[in-house]
Design a protein. Structure first.
Length: 312
């Protein structure tokens, strides 16, 4: 079956903000209650686009610049994303017509990355449950730490906001590139799917070398989340032209539980947080969002409606 409404934020992740199956969403300056199935999704969002020689050349060039121990992994990722189009090309070369074959090829092109994200969500689910129980013991195990770091990096890169940000930067570069570089320009929209997974592997490897901190929120103000659920506290409010000065990843997992992954230094926030800290973290989440903000209480979202933001 073709999966049309494809989520760029894991809908089961959003269930932690629900009551009786519903949470509150701020979108287009309106607050409404809804099921997680209806938000953070777009029709055919992950549908694959066939890569041209320019995109393949760019991705292979990027892989060549990465450490040797991950080159084969990333080459395999590229081949995997391309495999359905290789099969499609072989079918078309036979010069035959079979409606069922063409239907199955179309379903595979449409569902491939959506199914891949489902399998990654399955990897992350046990660790999310442990975090909700305030159990971070898995971080002491190298294998578990690597799995969760990969899951988390994927949540950072898979979103509509991240795709838009990367495409805007790429389009800006393409439009300003000298004519002698025209043979090297490529379509980032085609390449983003496989590139996001390549980037996630490398960012995940870096996260696995950092420290994990649990944030327990016992204040009267709950954590919010958004359509960009994992953010870099040091960078994500900046524009596309401003390079990051560091990386400190923040990921709320419920209205009263969140994590921060940081380098060997004092993190911006520690686990002993007050309501002002929660407000600051929520404001950072709002600033890094694209279109939608989520909470378990309507009153929490009222702060981010335009009429209220103008008075802040």
């Amino acid at each position: 079956m073709k999966k049309r409404g494809q989520h760029y934020v894991w809908k089961n992740y959003l269930k932690s903000w629900t009551t009786n199956g519903k949470l509150f969403c701020l979108r287009d300056n309106k607050i409404f209650d809804t099921n997680p199935y209806n938000i953070a999704q777009q029709r055919d969002f992950y549908r694959l686009k066939e890569l041209t020689e320019k995109e393949i050349r760019f991705i292979k060039g990027l892989i060549d610049r990465l450490p040797s121990e991950v080159k084969s992994l990333h080459t395999g990722q590229l081949d995997l994303f391309n495999s359905i189009f290789t099969i499609k090309e072989c079918y078309e070369s036979l010069d035959i017509k079979c409606a069922e074959v063409e239907k199955q090829l179309d379903i595979r092109i449409n569902n491939f990355e959506e199914d891949l994200h489902s399998s990654i969500e399955g990897i992350g689910a046990p660790y999310i449950n442990k975090i909700l129980e305030s159990d971070l013991s898995f971080w002491d195990n190298e294998s578990s730490r690597g799995e969760f770091s990969y899951y988390l990096a994927i949540q950072y890169f898979r979103t509509k906001r991240m795709r838009n940000r990367v495409l805007a930067s790429s389009n800006q570069f393409n439009s300003n590139a000298p004519t002698e570089f025209s043979d090297y320009l490529f379509d980032m929209e085609r390449a983003f799917g496989v590139l996001s997974h390549i980037l996630a592997v490398n960012v995940g490897d870096n996260l696995a070398c950092m420290q994990l901190e649990l944030l327990r929120n016992d204040t009267n103000l709950p954590f919010i989340t958004t359509d960009q659920p994992a953010i870099n506290l040091i960078d994500d409010g900046n524009g596309i032209d401003i390079p990051p000065t560091g990386f400190e990843l923040y990921y709320p997992v419920s209205p009263n539980t969140a994590i921060i992954i940081f380098n060997n230094r004092i993190p911006i926030f520690s686990n002993d947080i007050c309501e002002d800290d929660v407000t600051e973290l929520n404001d950072m989440m709002e600033k890094a969002s694209l279109e939608q903000i989520y909470a378990n209480k309507q009153t929490v979202l009222e702060r981010y409606q335009k009429s209220n933001m103008e008075t802040r």
